[in-house]
Design a protein around this ligand. Structure first.
Ligand code: MG
Length: 497
């Protein structure tokens, strides 16, 4: 190995440690920090972010990267130099003043969004969104891109993925989803009503969540479960993976499937390669691949008939009065209720991606100049009607519902749908290679699937790009077919279509 690689990796380790501290402070902010702690926390986070940027773009590290790029590196060394080079390049192209202006605008814009959403008043948020859009365009122009300007945004969350490549896949998905949603809506069946919307005491829900975490193989000696308003998984290392969930006393699926979802993210973090900790090669591939793990466990496992078979008796023991008269078919149908609705985060498996496709299209329209910010509410409502057959009564339940744009998270939404598609394609492959998978899930045995995912996905770190990983694991490029075939088979049977 070249004599510049070791000093390079020492710098990379420091960057990882600063990232670790930033991650811990954000986790604490979302879980235990008292409200009055916010101002000082923002200051400390700002200092750490500045320090990170300074170290990443320091002339010494720039020189080391330049030197190493000229060498013929292989394996993890090649990945580490490639990835540090990528973030360094991006950081060097964005002037500090722009970073500061964007960060201040995002913070004020977030406040404006909260007020606008409370009053269902888009006009209050509009000037802020216009400013964010302008700054994000400037960032994109400075960072540079091929094809659409949107690629510069997408690249931050789903590296090496281009809008032009996912567009046909998403179009194929939409063509199948819109008629499927219409057919299901026409049946007028709502099997969850009266079953899952009863009183479910939070203490028992917590007990259930912990049981499920242990069954799935999430290591609670290397992780935690806490409560947060917006559930997330935060991994500062594979040995310290923190999940959060939330409980509602009158809706069982929220915490149950929310916990399984975050456990899917957590199993990925805990399964990252042990021999590459705190290096880019040992990290996760992308948000889309991360989400594939959470959606696979939440939906393909958690919402399967086999899973209901195993857990319904245990649920009946925990909630005897609520579930005593509910049989397996009824429970399985209830946890898979499809209902076109206004709010993305409450959407079921079938309608969910239409919410995302709408946002992906709107973001591209904004950046490519086909839609102006002031027209967003009306375009949003038209498309909701077109895709889902529902129309928001006000902007709080429409264009103002998501936090993302107020924080400048643009180009982020498509990673949710990519996650569903990658997840379905991985799960289909797991079914081919693990013939008794359904039987195992029905007996509450999840080790086979977990080990398969550990070997095929988690333990690969980010040595392969997302498109390469899906090809290596499944032998094919990303396709919407696995997901749409899965949905049509499952919901065709559930709704007698
Ligand atoms: Mg997720």
């Amino acid at each position: 190995m070249s004599d510049t690689y070791e000093p390079f990796m020492a710098k990379v380790a420091e960057l990882a440690d600063i990232g670790h501290a930033e991650g811990m402070l954000s986790w604490d902010q979302e879980t235990y920090m008292p409200p009055k702690g916010a101002a000082m926390r923002a200051r400390a986070q700002g200092t750490l972010a500045g320090l990170h940027h300074e170290r990443l773009t320091a002339p010494e590290l720039v020189g080391l990267v330049k030197d190493l790029k000229g060498q013929d590196l292989t394996g993890d060394a090649a990945v580490n130099v490639r990835e540090v080079g990528r973030s360094q390049d991006r950081a060097l192209k964005i002037p500090k003043e722009l970073v500061v202006e964007l960060s201040q605008t995002e913070s004020l814009s977030h406040e404006a969004w909260i007020a606008a959403r409370e009053k269902a008043d888009f006009a209050h948020f509009q000037p802020w969104l216009e400013k964010i859009l302008k700054l994000k365009k400037e960032v994109a122009e400075r960072v540079g891109y091929e094809g659409t300007i949107y690629n510069a945004l997408l690249d931050e969350y789903e590296p090496y993925t281009r809008a032009e490549d996912i567009e046909p896949v998403f179009a194929a998905l939409k063509d199948k989803l819109v008629p499927l949603v219409e057919k299901i809506a026409a049946t007028g069946k709502f099997p969850a009503r009266g079953v899952l919307d009863q009183d479910f005491p939070v203490a028992e829900q917590e007990e259930l969540g912990r049981q499920v975490l242990e069954d799935l193989g999430f290591d609670l000696e290397a992780g935690r479960l806490d409560v947060a308003v917006h559930p997330f998984c935060s991994g500062t290392s594979r040995d310290d993976v923190r999940l959060t969930t939330r409980y509602s006393a009158d809706w069982l699926p929220g915490s149950l499937f929310g916990t399984i979802h975050e456990a899917g993210h957590g199993l990925y973090e805990q399964g990252l390669p042990e021999d590459a900790v705190a290096t880019p090669a040992g990290g996760s591939v992308s948000l889309g691949i991360h989400e594939s793990q959470s959606r696979l466990w939440e939906n393909m496992v958690g919402r399967s008939r086999a899973f209901s078979t195993h857990y319904l008796p245990r649920l009946k023991a925990l909630f005897p009065t609520q579930l005593q008269n509910v049989n397996l078919d009824e429970f399985y149908a209830a946890v898979n209720q499809v209902e076109p609705s206004l709010i993305r985060v409450e959407a079921d498996e079938v309608t969910y991606n239409l919410h995302i496709l709408l946002r992906f299209e709107l973001e591209r329209d904004l950046f490519e100049g086909r839609v102006e910010v002031k027209d967003l509410p009306s375009v949003w409502n038209e498309r909701m009607q077109q895709y889902l057959g529902v129309c928001p009564p006000d902007d709080a339940q429409g264009v103002l519902q998501d936090v993302h744009w107020s924080f400048g998270l643009m180009g982020y939404f498509p990673t949710y749908t990519l996650g569903n598609l990658y997840g379905a394609q991985f799960f289909h492959q797991a079914q081919q290679e693990l013939p008794d998978l359904e039987g195992q899930i029905g007996r509450g045995e999840f080790g086979g699937l977990k080990t398969w995912l550990n070997d095929k996905v988690h333990n690969r770190g980010s040595r392969l790009r997302a498109s390469e990983l899906v090809e290596e694991v499944t032998g094919e490029k990303l396709s919407a077919d696995y997901f749409t075939n899965y949905l049509e088979a499952k919901f065709g049977a559930l709704y007698n279509l």
